[in-house]
Design a protein around this ligand. Structure first.
Ligand SMILES: O=C(O)C1=C[C@@H](OP(=O)(O)O)[C@@H](O)[C@H](O)C1
Ligand SMILES: C=C(OP(=O)(O)O)C(=O)O
Length: 448
């Protein structure tokens, strides 16, 4: 049973009403801890030898799914408030206590855990909720299959994924077909169990937490593409870290403060890993007033090379922008709320080469288009993205939104609703707890 660290996680409301805001002011020092780093810290701890102590672990549903999967795989996971302690015995820690392992709504859990499960040759099935069960897994089944893993899926390479024991994995030299930190990490984690050196080449950089936190060796090809390496000989050290707060959660307040006149919000202790912080540079390029300052205690934090900062945002006059291809993977989870910023920026903004958005918790291109259209705003949808024709003086009508059971859509719709002329409603808004259990409470605390 997955015990929430935070009682708010169990809060249940189907329809949330959001009233317009005149200004948002205040400070948030307890944003949710970074979800990507949390998953990795727990997964890496489970194949390290010794005691890992992970502080500031997220109470959100996705990182809690990772802990419950590890428990079901026999990994001794203890919690003390927001601290997670894992005492593991290296690559041999796993000893499944059940066959069906539920990854909930979390794509990162399923794809990264697949690397470990395949590596360890476990006879288990990874399953998930309806949303996760519709997400593509061929992207990990292909490279893991090349390594010798035995994986069956019931329906068109979608979960559940049934793993079977095998004769041992062999290393591969693999070029990622898409910019995906999940696929990159999956292959590198399987490589920790394989015979030989596994090499993963990425032509378009994605978030680098895996290589950074594990301390993996990196090479560069002549064309500038990066090659990450892992092997059975690589020693995974126990994780000792305090997780920084999540820039993907902070992004909602960056946009909200920017577009609501008279706002000023301070966000404390936010992770600003350069492979995650394009949302800041994109908004600054649009004219946002965002100041990033490194607090003195940041230099002494044990965030394994994961930089953090305080971020101050004041409302500003925004102008349109075109996202660069290299910015897409770096800002992928922030694009729904960036689309809201674009609607109130002067001119036409473009987001293209972003078809990956269609493979998230819902089809985020279709969901963003539906959301802006319901608000009476101007968006044109393409197969791989959208254009938003915005205006600083745009009128935004109140609407009745669906979250499509996607936390980022629920929260983006809430930010959009703050600009409306009357209260709006969001159906299934409580799915925000997948990444940000206190989102609506934080929103109320910022209203002046
Ligand atoms: O590796 C990770 O922690 C993540 C990678 C991204 O997915 P992809 O690898 O599919 O791009 C991102 O959308 C997801 O929220 C978290
Ligand atoms: C896409 C996301 O997560 P995941 O792929 O882990 O479900 C997200 O958090 O926006």
């Amino acid at each position: 049973m997955n015990m929430p660290l935070n009682p708010e996680q169990t809060t249940c409301f189907m329809i949330k009403t959001i009233t317009p805001a005149t200004a948002l002011r205040g400070e948030l020092s307890s944003l949710p801890p970074d979800k990507s780093i949390a998953h990795r810290a727990a997964l890496f701890a489970s194949v390290a030898k010794g005691e890992s102590v992970i502080r500031n672990y997220s109470a959100a549903e996705d990182p809690q799914s990772t802990l419950s999967c590890l428990r079901d795989l026999g990994v001794p996971v203890e919690t003390d408030g927001s601290t997670v302690i894992i005492r593991a015995k290296g690559r041999k820690t796993f000893s499944p206590v059940r066959q069906l392992i539920d990854c909930g709504n979390s794509g990162t859990t399923m794809r990264l855990l697949s690397g470990l499960v395949a590596g360890a040759g476990l006879d288990v099935t990874l399953t998930g909720d309806a949303s996760l069960s519709s997400r593509p897994m061929k992207r990990i089944m292909d490279p893991l299959g090349l390594m010798g893993a035995q994986i069956a899926s019931s329906d068109k390479n979608r979960p559940p994924l049934q793993f079977a024991s095998h004769k041992g994995l062999r290393a591969i030299d693999y070029t990622l077909p898409m910019a995906s930190a999940q696929v990159k990490s999956c292959v590198l984690l399987a490589g920790l169990f394989a015979d030989g050196e596994t090499r993963v080449t990425e032509t378009l950089p994605s978030r680098d937490h895996t290589e950074r936190m594990l301390g993996l060796e990196t090479d560069f090809n002549a064309d500038g593409s990066r090659v990450l390496k892992s092997s059975r000989e690589f020693e995974v050290l126990p994780q000792q870290l305090k997780i920084p707060n999540d820039i993907s959660a902070a992004a909602f307040w960056m946009v909200a403060a920017s577009i609501i006149p008279g706002s000023e919000i301070v966000l404390r202790g936010v992770g600003i890993n350069p492979s995650r912080s394009a949302v800041i540079t994109i908004l600054q390029r649009m004219g946002a007033d965002i100041r990033v300052s490194v607090p003195p205690e940041a230099s002494t934090s044990t965030t394994v090379g994961e930089p953090l900062a305080d971020i101050t945002i004041k409302s500003a006059k925004l102008s349109a922008t075109d996202l660069l291809e290299t910015e897409i993977p770096n800002a992928i989870d922030e694009i729904p709320v960036l689309a809201v910023a674009m609607a109130f920026a002067e001119g036409k903004s473009t987001v293209r080469k972003a078809a990956e958005l269609r493979a998230k918790e819902c089809d985020r291109i279709a969901a963003v288009a539906e959301m802006l259209q319901k608000a009476g705003l101007n968006i044109k949808e393409y197969a791989d993205g959208f254009d938003v024709s915005g205006s600083r003086s745009n009128a935004c009508q109140a609407a009745d939104y669906s979250s499509h059971h996607d936390h980022r859509i629920a929260m983006a719709a809430a930010v959009l609703s703050l600009k409306a002329d009357a209260p709006s409603t969001i159906h299934d808004a409580d799915c925000a707890a997948i990444s940000y259990p206190t989102f609506f409470r934080d929103l109320e605390s910022l209203r002046s």
